[in-house]
Design a binder for this molecule. Structure first.
Ligand code: NIG
Ligand code: FE
Length: 436
């Protein structure tokens, strides 16, 4: 078994970080007069934030006889919260490059799915893979996302569609989180597609999902949330509700693949169950929007799937904005409709294709993405009490985060209180020594 030790060997970020130019919207705390902030990291958390001039003496020097905290000079570069990728199908076997080629030649996603391709072809490849094989396939994908500054990620099941292979996918997701030192939220997507052995018996399969798979996987501690693909090529509104009821009975939050190809009314249903998020939502109606607003449900925009499917139906961004529904942006990484491995590229696409503003796109991959996972108390912003997840970028203007296409800016990444990538920082300077 391949075990990654790099995270535990990464340098500690404990100390005082100063001269940080916070991304607008990164923090609800006020920056200092010169626009630069400081923060203090201890034991993997942000324990203080403010202007360097008001740094408490306890952090500035050694009052208790302990050595003083190291300090890191950010030199005024841009700092963002660690990015959050709130919708991925990262663990799977095989690829679907053949279907991509078919779609380029004119075939359409729904027709391919109905002909036994699509999700079901990935199910076949995933069922044939061992847990270690799935891990070995997913790890380099995760590394790509982490290299962009992702510090928390959602990983769905849904390519096993039976108890054992679904459990295998979720165990791989959990192991990735531990090995890489990244927050992983697992989502059970047993109701992703009808497995071939249940052809024509959709009701029996949903019963299995609700009465067997979900309780067993929840008891094993493998489920953080429950999702359904509610669509005419997947599951109906009534079947979706049955899954939501089972989730509610187990105390699990829900989310939904909703209104991607048609308006099924899934978003309003999900909102009634207090869903964390409704995702895709190209065909979301006004009723759906007001229901989501009422329940505080996040709208997760997935421009990679829109782009890959050459969709032309843009989600109702202006109406979501007017209603004040928080909008997140995610890769939706999956082999069928979004083989995307850069969250920054998705932010660019959300601006170009969906007309988000730069601040909206950046909130979409940080603050609102954390909310879509129920992680807003600990992830997605820079504030006291948050996990020490942040990225220093060799940039002055936050628009550059969204502007570059396929060029990763130089950066220093602090993930779970460890410096996991370091293009920018010199060695920490001892506070007392530097004050001479
Ligand atoms: O988010 N829409 C359904 N699920 C995935 C696609 C999965 C697949 O085609 O393998 C999505 O786009
Ligand atoms: Fe998806």
């Amino acid at each position: 078994m391949k075990t990654i030790t790099s995270h535990t060997h990464a340098a500690s970020a404990n100390g005082v970080w100063h001269h940080l130019k916070l991304m607008p919207g990164a923090s609800d705390d006020i920056a200092s007069a010169d626009g630069l902030s400081s923060l203090v990291v201890q034991q993997g958390r942000i324990v203080w934030m403010g202007a360097h001039s008001s740094l408490p003496a306890a952090f500035a020097s050694s009052l208790s006889g302990l050595p003083p905290l190291p300090h890191f000079d950010g030199q005024g570069v841009l700092v963002t919260p660690g990015l959050v990728d709130c919708h991925t199908h990262l663990v799977y076997g095989g690829t679907r490059a053949n279907e991509y080629a078919m779609r380029l030649a004119g075939a359409d996603y729904e027709a391919i799915a109905r002909a036994g391709g699509g999700i079901v072809s990935t199910v076949k490849a995933t069922r044939e893979a061992t847990e270690d094989q799935l891990y070995a396939l997913a790890a380099p994908r995760l590394e790509q996302l982490l290299a962009d500054g992702v510090c928390a990620i959602e990983i769905k099941s849904g390519y096993g569609l039976a108890l054992e292979p679904e459990a295998r996918m979720l165990r791989v997701a959990r192991r990735l989180g531990v090995d890489y030192g990244v927050t992983v939220r697992t989502t059970f997507l047993g109701a992703h597609a009808l497995p071939p052995e249940y052809a024509g018996r959709s009701g029996a399969y949903i019963d299995l999902v609700c009465n067997d798979m979900m309780p067993s996987l929840a008891a094993a501690g493998l489920i953080d949330a429950v999702d359904v693909f509610c669509e005419r090529i997947a599951f109906s509104l009534a079947e979706t509700e049955q899954v939501f009821q089972a989730a509610q009975a187990l105390g699990l939050p829900v989310k939904l693949h909703a209104e991607q190809l048609s308006d099924m009314g899934g978003s309003a249903l999900a909102a009634r169950y207090g869903a964390l998020s409704c995702d895709h939502i190209e065909h979301l109606s006004d009723e759906g929007i007001s229901a989501m607003k009422k329940s505080g449900t996040v709208a997760v925009l997935l421009p990679g799937a829109y782009y890959s499917l050459r969709d032309t139906h843009v989600p109702p961004i202006a109406a979501l904005r007017a209603a004040g529904v928080p909008m997140a942006v995610s890769t939706d990484h999956n082999p069928g409709t979004s083989p995307a491995l850069s969250l920054l590229l998705m932010a660019n696409m959300a601006c170009n294709l969906f007309h988000l503003t730069v601040p909206e796109a950046l909130a979409g991959i940080t603050r609102h993405a954390a909310r879509a996972l129920g992680l807003q108390a600990t992830h997605g912003t820079l504030a006291v009490g948050q996990v020490a997840n942040f990225v220093l970028w060799d940039l002055q203007d936050s628009a550059e985060l969204v502007y570059w296409l396929g060029q990763r800016p130089k950066r220093t990444i602090v993930r779970q209180g460890r410096i996991t990538c370091n293009d920018l920082m010199n060695q920490p300077i001892n506070v007392l020594a530097s004050r001479g």
